[in-house]
Design a protein around this ligand. Sequence first.
Ligand SMILES: Nc1ncnc2c1ncn2[C@@H]1O[C@H](COP(=O)(O)OP(=O)(O)O)[C@@H](O)[C@H]1O
Ligand SMILES: [Mg+2]
Length: 224
Amino acid sequence: MRVLIAGPVGSGKTTTAVQFIAEGVKHKEPGVVVIFEETAPKYMDQAKALGVDLEEMSQQGLVEVVYVRPLDLSMDETLYAIESAVDKVGAKRVVLDSISGLEAALAPAFKEDFLESLYRLLGALTGAGVTILLTVEATEAYNQMRFTPHPISFLTHDIILQRYFEIDGELRTFVTVLKTRARAHSHDLRAYDVTSSGVVVGKRLSEFTGIITAVPRAHTPTKA
Ligand SMILES: Nc1ncnc2c1ncn2[C@@H]1O[C@H](COP(=O)(O)OP(=O)(O)O)[C@@H](O)[C@H]1O
Ligand SMILES: [Mg+2]
């Protein structure tokens, strides 16, 4: 299974990814985190602030953090680095955080080929029973509930969307499932908070309308 989390900067994608890996370790499912934007020590620091010691998990052979600088590596080397890490820990969970970082770093001439190769690698991993979490930075305006056809959206059919909205002088976040492949899913828009212990999903935002416009109004019941 492959799941894509799309959301703007700061909406909690990395937090969710770290929790996903930590939860895997709890269930004896080793994990690999592939990062493109910042170095492993920085990423591990962020995880540590959430109470997830990736470094210790790595020393125990349960997690590998792979920092890929695509410009420095050929496509083959990059894919090989990911595959090696997966083999090394016997990964059951793989995180790619984020596809935007990967894309940004790739020279346009390589992009299509690379995504093709990555697609094949992800397909092979999925076929081998590995669950993959991809993150992508959604760049469109906050008031557009639109998932711009992104060149990487073909990588998965299961998409979770995170968004900001404004209420009571605060910028809050909500999450919704945009689509799943061949299964029914919840259509709730749920508020969530990123806390020091991770993402905490709250209730459905039924008291508002227009949340997807980012500036909701109080919901007026139609029946007295
Ligand atoms: N340990 C923490 N304690 C409290 N809040 C945190 C912690 N770690 C991250 N956050 C909050 O979560 C927000 C989103 O972080 P992050 O998961 O890195 O987002 P993204 O990857 O989507 O850019 C940050 O702006 C920060 O306020
Ligand atoms: Mg992030």
